[in-house]
Design a protein around this ligand. Structure first.
Ligand SMILES: [Zn+2]
Length: 327
C-alpha cells in the first residue's frame, strides 16, 4: 500500500493529501534513467581506459615493437649515411686527388632527392606515424642518390687510373741499353768540352758507350716518328710517347723499326753504332718534353737499384769527362 503524503494548506489551514500526477512519475523515471546512463558510460569509459581488452593490449604491444624496429631501422640508415660519408671523404681527399680529378661539390653530392609527394600514396591515412615513415623514405632516397653519385665517381677514377697506367707505360723510364751491355755511362746532360770540336758545348742527352751491335731499347711505349740518317746524329730513331714526350736514339749502326711503327717499352729499336759525328761506338740518347730537351738521368726508374741509380747520377754530374764523344 502506497504511502500517502500530506502538505499544509495555508489557505484552508488543513493538512491535505498530495496528489502525484502521471507526468511527474514519468519525468522522475526519465531523470533516473538518464542519470544511470551517464554513470554507466562513465564507468565503462573508465574501465576501457584503465583495463584495455586483450586485443587492445596486443595492438599496443605490437605498436611498441614497431616503434622499436623503426628506431633500429633509423639507426641503420644513419650508420649507412656515415659510412657513405667516409667513402665520399676518401674519394675526394685521396682517390680523386691521386688521379687529379676535381672534388665533387657538396651540392652535387647532396643533389635534389625529389619531393616526398611520390610516397604519399604509400601512406594509409589511419597511420599516425606517417611522418616517421616519410622521413625514413626521404633518408633512404638521399642515401641512394648519394651512392649513385659515388659509383659515378669511382667510374671516373677507374677511367683515370687506366689513363694513368697508359701514361706510366708510355713515359720514358728505363735505360735504352741494358746494364750488362753497358761499357760506360760516358757523358751526361749539360755543358762539356766537345770531344771533336774541342769547344764548350751543351750536351743535350746522355751517351752510353757499348760495343757496336748492342741492342738499343725503346724506353717507353710509343710510335716511331723518325727513322732516318742525319748528318750529326747519324742513323737516328725518334719515338713519340705522347704526353709531350719524344725520345731520340742516335749514331745507330742498324734500324730495327720503321717510321709509323708502334713500339713497347723494352722493344729493340736499333743497334749501337758510330754513325754521324762520333769517335767510337756509343748511343746518344735524348728525351724531349714539350719540345725542350731534358736530362734523361731523371727518367731511368725501372731497371736500376738505388745504388746503381746513385752512381748514375754521380757520373752524370761529371759531364765534362767525355769519352764517348760526338753528339
Ligand atoms: Zn751524345
Amino acid at each position: 500500500m502506497a504511502r500517502i503524503k500530506y502538505y499544509y494548506d495555508t489557505e484552508t489551514c488543513k493538512f491535505e493529501p498530495v496528489k502525484t500526477s502521471t507526468t511527474d512519475i514519468v519525468l522522475n523515471l526519465a531523470g533516473f534513467f538518464i542519470f544511470s546512463l551517464f554513470i554507466s558510460i562513465g564507468l565503462v569509459a573508465f574501465y576501457v581506459n584503465y583495463f584495455p581488452s586483450e586485443r587492445e593490449a596486443e595492438l599496443a604491444k605490437e605498436n611498441q615493437q614497431l616503434l622499436l624496429k623503426y628506431q633500429i631501422l633509423n639507426k641503420e640508415v644513419l650508420a649507412s649515411s656515415q659510412m657513405l660519408r667516409k667513402l665520399q671523404d676518401r674519394d675526394d681527399n685521396v682517390y680523386r686527388v691521386v688521379f687529379e680529378a676535381e672534388p665533387i661539390p657538396m651540392e652535387v653530392r647532396n643533389a635534389g632527392t625529389g619531393g616526398t609527394e611520390k610516397y604519399r600514396d604509400l601512406l594509409d591515412e589511419r597511420l599516425k606515424r606517417e611522418d616517421i615513415i616519410l622521413n625514413t623514405f626521404q633518408k633512404l632516397d638521399k642515401l641512394k642518390k648519394q651512392m649513385y653519385i659515388q659509383t659515378k665517381s669511382y667510374d671516373e677514377i677507374f677511367e683515370k687510373a687506366k689513363e694513368k697506367a697508359q701514361m706510366l707505360a708510355s713515359i720514358p723510364a728505363i735505360q735504352p741499353i741494358s746494364n750488362e751491355d753497358l761499357t760506360q755511362f760516358a757523358s751526361g746532360f749539360g755543358m762539356r768540352m766537345h770531344p771533336i770540336y774541342k769547344v764548350m758545348k751543351m750536351h743535350t742527352g746522355c751517351d752510353f758507350t757499348a760495343p757496336s751491335g748492342t741492342p738499343v731499347y725503346a724506353t717507353g711505349d710509343g710510335v716511331v716518328i723518325s727513322s732516318e740518317v742525319m748528318s750529326g746524329y747519324g742513323n737516328q730513331i725518334e719515338v713519340d710517347h705522347g704526353y709531350g714526350y719524344v725520345t731520340k736514339y742516335a749514331h745507330l749502326s742498324a734500324f730495327s723499326v720503321r717510321k709509323g711503327q708502334k713500339v713497347k717499352r723494352g722493344q729493340k729499336v736499333g743497334e749501337v753504332g758510330s754513325t754521324g759525328v762520333s769517335v767510337s761506338p756509343h748511343l746518344h740518347y735524348e728525351i724531349m718534353h714539350n719540345g725542350n730537351k731534358i736530362d734523361p738521368v731523371n727518367y731511368f726508374f725501372n731497371d736500376l737499384s738505388p745504388a746503381q741509380y746513385e752512381k748514375l747520377l754521380e757520373i752524370a754530374k761529371q759531364e765534362r769527362q767525355s769519352m764517348g764523344g760526338g753528339e
